[in-house]
Design a protein. Sequence first.
Lengths: 254, 59
Amino acid sequence: MNENVKVGGILDQLANVALVLGLLLTTASFILTFTIVPVPQSNLNVVPADQPPAEIGGLYVTNALMFSQKIFYFHMPVAVISLGILFFTALFGIMFLIKRDHRWDLNAKVATEVSLVFILMTMATGEFWTAYEWNAWWVWEPRLTTYLILTLLVIGYFILRNAVDDPERRAVFASVFGILAFIDAVVSLLITRIIPSSRHPVITREGGLEPLMVMALVVCIFGMIFLAYGIYRTRIREQRLRIRLDTIKERLED
Amino acid sequence: MDPILQEIYSTVLGGAPFVIGAYALLWVVLLVYILYISLSLKKTEKQMAALEEALREKK
């Protein structure tokens, strides 16, 4: 890449719009979640013995899957998006391996960085839910374990990048590593289907969601998609400008 | 405290600190990162502008 790398196109201009839209939609989802979205009616067959149900507002509710379920409306979108962005990491990695153009490597690096932010948000929200519902900050359960491996792989991706000096080798290693991380992302996504005994809740297994719950969830998913896109484009713009700046500085020094 | 209210609060809001903690941490991570990339972009743009200015003066 050189100082002619494209910066400030229509996609960059859309980044700010996406960020604002994302913030608006996620705030709307937050308000919906705590105002009109009902608490789930618990399935009395799965109520633990130490959490007897109570009748509140005509609903039988328990600590399990009740107020703490509100975490779900943000936890699930950020988790899905963290995995979705890794698809782009793998895609850009494959594109680099085919074309050997470092723009693809930069795209993959930034996508992985944004994915890491969403992974951290997923871990944070998930940990609080686990701490309350399962009474433990960590459980070696298939979904959590595969997601932890994914987190370590994504952190490892950046350690690997920093450890290799040669740009060509660094890009090749990082591309392959990004593809491997995406494979683990797919495993993590499907693990609750592969191992049905997993304790991690699965919407389809537990009777689905009411329309208002779906609405809050969809609004949040779209908000997070816009945020992820806005963050990605802003970061790409900054990185490209930095490369252009460094190239010009090097030429001036020569 | 009224025993019924106490029961309601203990049942309904038992998870409140965890819900608040989860949401707070989520927004902190997101906003800190957005702030970080915005500041980085501003800094880089400023350096670019300074460099362009210096080049113009040199010509």
